[in-house]
Design a protein around this ligand. Sequence first.
Ligand code: PLP
Length: 397
Amino acid sequence: MKNLSTRTENMTPSLTVAIDTLAKKMKAEGKDVVSLGAGEPDLNTPTAICKAGIDAILAGKLRYTAPTGILEVREAVSHKLMRDNHLTYNADHIIMTSGAKHAVFNALAALINPGDEIIIPSPYWVTYPELVKWLGGIPVFINASAENHFKITAEQLQEAVTPKTKTIIFNNPCNPTGAVYSFSELEKLSKVILEEDLYCISDEVYEYFVYKGSFVSMASLNGMYERTILINGVSKSHCMTGWRLGYNAAPLAIAKIISKIQSQAIHHPSNISQYAGLAALNMDLESVFSMRDQFLKRRDYMLSRFQQIKDLFIAPPEGAFYLFVSVKNIYGKKTPEGKTISNSSDLCHYLLESEGLAIVPGAAFGDDSCVRFSYAADLETLTKACDRFERGIKNLG
Ligand SMILES: Cc1ncc(COP(=O)(O)O)c(C=O)c1O
């Protein structure tokens, strides 16, 4: 038979999804597994949102919608962007997507020509480089070190720019590091973006989970609105990961291109999910902020436990719900079976096999010296996870 797509053959599957799937499989087989691998809130979708989805089904909202999504839903997004981010987008600037991941795909597909260089601060969310490569672009990484709280500087950005640079993919707050950029840090970066005539894909899915200072959208900086493709959604904020609803907000010319891509690729996200999303967008933010407060307590608990384990280095996260912990001082130690832990993947496999603890190797995010814990889990689960991690590390010799 003829060969299949070579472009796709070279794509690495998502390691976060793989770990989560493996942990779920082990649980289904009756194994005692604690998983902090998944990037999703542990709480259920609020009842009012579920009810809006059920009502949509019963009301027969089961036909095609416009490729960009239902007008009322896009208007609700436009209202949200004004209320929370002081951004003036009308419904024509907004495209509803099947989750924020799909919105990342749309943004890259709208911008990339073969050979374009796409700047990605590293550590990065697993999906960015793979989609860039798949679309014919070249990922160019800027190292955001733990010592600089996992943030890149304007000088680093400047150095990475070449005549081939098209855009930066900017994730604030960041998965996996929890880094949050201040207004003045963003301002410095935006100056380089403007001077070098770049676009900015701004992934803001964790905007409500900021523990220190306040969130600033990159699109709100002087001159950035015209060159930013904003990405957001309801998966994280409203515990709606499985509903698959996100959006792009972009200047009109780009919004039209995205709408064309979407009309040929998926048509539109689920009609039912859009109505459920409408209920989410119209709710006040009380439940979202109460979840953020819970996450803060969980983060502090994890930090207090990990600070007692020697050999770890942690830059305390200021946002999102992940802890990206440097474990490089553990490398070189041996498991009780005599196997040497040489990298983040070895450590994660050892912890899963010996302790039933699922966490994600930092290598998946471009930093092999770290591992990622999601603390979007209840305190009992986090306590078990910390106990297992501590015991697993102690047993290394
Ligand atoms: C930074 C970032 N962007 C986008 C997404 C995708 O979100 P969604 O589930 O809405 O596709 C995730 C999910 O983990 C993420 O961490």
